[in-house]
Write a protein that binds this ligand. Structure first.
Ligand SMILES: [Zn+2]
Ligand SMILES: [Zn+2]
Length: 309
C-alpha cells in the first residue's frame, strides 16, 4: 500500500505569527502531490518539507481570504524562476480568476508554463478533479465569503493476484491483467475458476477531508461518513463561541462533534487564533468529545494507514 500523507505547512489563522504560518498543506499520494490553500510563506515551508516542487500539479484554494491565498503568486513566480514547464492547475472560487490573471500579466509575463484556472462552485458537493490517483470533491462550507472544503478520495486499487493460484492452475502470464480486472478463468477441461479464488481484494480506498474556514456544519456529515482523517478548523475554544459564530469559524468542541458525527477515524484541528500561546486548551476541549484528536503543527506529517479489510 502506497503512502497517503498530509504535510501541514501552515495551521495558523488570519494573523501570521512566529509560532504559526497561515494555512497551507500538501496531500501526497502515490507519488503525486496536491496543495490545499497557499497562505503567505508557503513556498518556504514547502522547501523545508523537502517535497518535490515538480510533482505539484494542482492547487486547491478554499476561499479568498489572504491567509489562504497570499502565497500563491510568490509560488508561481518561483516555479517560473526554476524553469517549470508543466501546466499548473488552480482550483478556486470564480472571483479569483481576474485577480490572479491581472497579477500574472504584471509579474509573471515570462513564465515558461501555463497556469490553468478551474472555477469551483463553493455551494455544492461535486467532483472537481479526477485523475488516476484520486478524486477531489468540493464540500460546501459556511464562512463570511464563498468557501469550500475538499475531500480527497483515493482511486480504488485493483485486487492483488494470488501467485500460488496462478501457478496452480497454470494460467499464462498474458492473462494476468484480465484477472486483475475481474475476469474468471476457464481451464482446459472447461472448469470455471472464479475470480475470487485467484485474487485478494485490495485494501479499501482511503479518504481525507479538509474543512477550513467554516462555522460548525452538521450537514457535512453525509459527505464525510467514515472519513479516515478529518482536518477541521478550531479557531477558538468554547468560551469564544459567540465570536466564532460572528466570524464564521468553529470551536474545538464543534470540530470534534463533527468528527464524531461522521465517524471519522482521526481528527486533526488547526487554523488556530493567534490569541493562543498554547493550543492544548483546544486539544483538551476536542478530546472530551472525540478522543482521537491531534493538534496540527507546522511540518507535521500525518500518514493515513491502510484500512483493515
Ligand atoms: Zn482563515
Ligand atoms: Zn477565512
Amino acid at each position: 500500500m502506497e503512502n497517503f500523507d498530509i504535510h501541514i505547512l501552515g495551521c495558523g489563522s488570519a494573523l501570521p505569527t512566529t509560532r504559526h504560518n497561515p494555512s497551507s498543506q500538501v496531500v501526497a499520494l502515490r507519488g503525486k502531490i496536491y496543495m490545499v490553500d497557499c497562505g503567505e510563506g508557503t513556498q518556504l515551508q514547502m522547501r523545508r518539507s523537502k517535497l518535490n516542487f515538480n510533482r505539484l500539479g494542482h492547487i486547491f484554494l478554499s476561499h479568498l481570504h489572504g491567509d489562504h491565498c497570499f502565497g500563491l503568486l510568490g509560488l508561481i513566480s518561483t516555479f517560473g524562476l526554476l524553469g517549470r514547464t508543466t501546466d499548473l492547475h488552480i482550483h478556486a472560487p470564480a472571483e479569483y480568476e481576474p485577480l490572479l490573471q491581472a497579477q500574472l500579466d504584471f509579474f509573471c509575463q515570462r513564465i515558461s508554463f501555463k497556469v490553468v484556472f478551474h472555477p469551483v462552485d463553493t455551494t455544492v458537493y461535486a467532483c472537481i478533479h479526477e485523475d488516476r490517483t484520486a478524486r477531489v470533491y468540493s464540500l460546501p462550507l459556511k464562512h463570511r465569503v464563498p468557501c469550500c472544503g475538499f475531500l480527497f478520495q483515493e482511486t480504488p486499487s485493483l485486487p492483488h493476484i494470488r501467485r500460488d493460484m496462478i501457478d496452480f492452475y497454470g494460467i499464462p502470464h498474458h492473462q494476468i491483467n484480465n484477472i486483475k480486472n475481474g475476469l474468471d478463468w476457464t481451464d482446459e477441461e472447461g472448469n470455471l475458476i472464479p475470480n475470487a479464488r485467484l485474487t485478494v481484494p485490495a485494501a479499501p480506498p482511503r479518504s481525507y477531508a479538509y474543512c477550513s474556514d467554516t462555522l460548525y456544519l452538521p450537514s457535512l456529515t453525509g459527505y464525510l461518513k467514515d472519513v479516515d482523517l478529518l482536518y477541521h478548523e478550531a479557531t477558538f475554544d468554547k468560551t469564544f463561541l459567540q465570536r466564532a459564530e460572528e466570524t464564521g469559524h468553529s470551536t474545538a468542541g464543534q470540530a470534534a462533534l463533527l468528527a464524531r458525527e461522521c465517524n471519522a477515524r482521526r481528527l486533526c484541528i488547526g487554523h488556530f487564533s493567534a490569541r493562543y500561546n498554547d493550543e492544548n486548551i483546544l486539544l483538551e476541549e476536542a478530546r472530551q468529545i472525540f478522543p482521537d484528536t491531534i493538534l496540527a503543527r507546522e511540518n507535521l506529517i500525518l500518514t493515513i494507514s491502510a484500512k483493515k479489510i
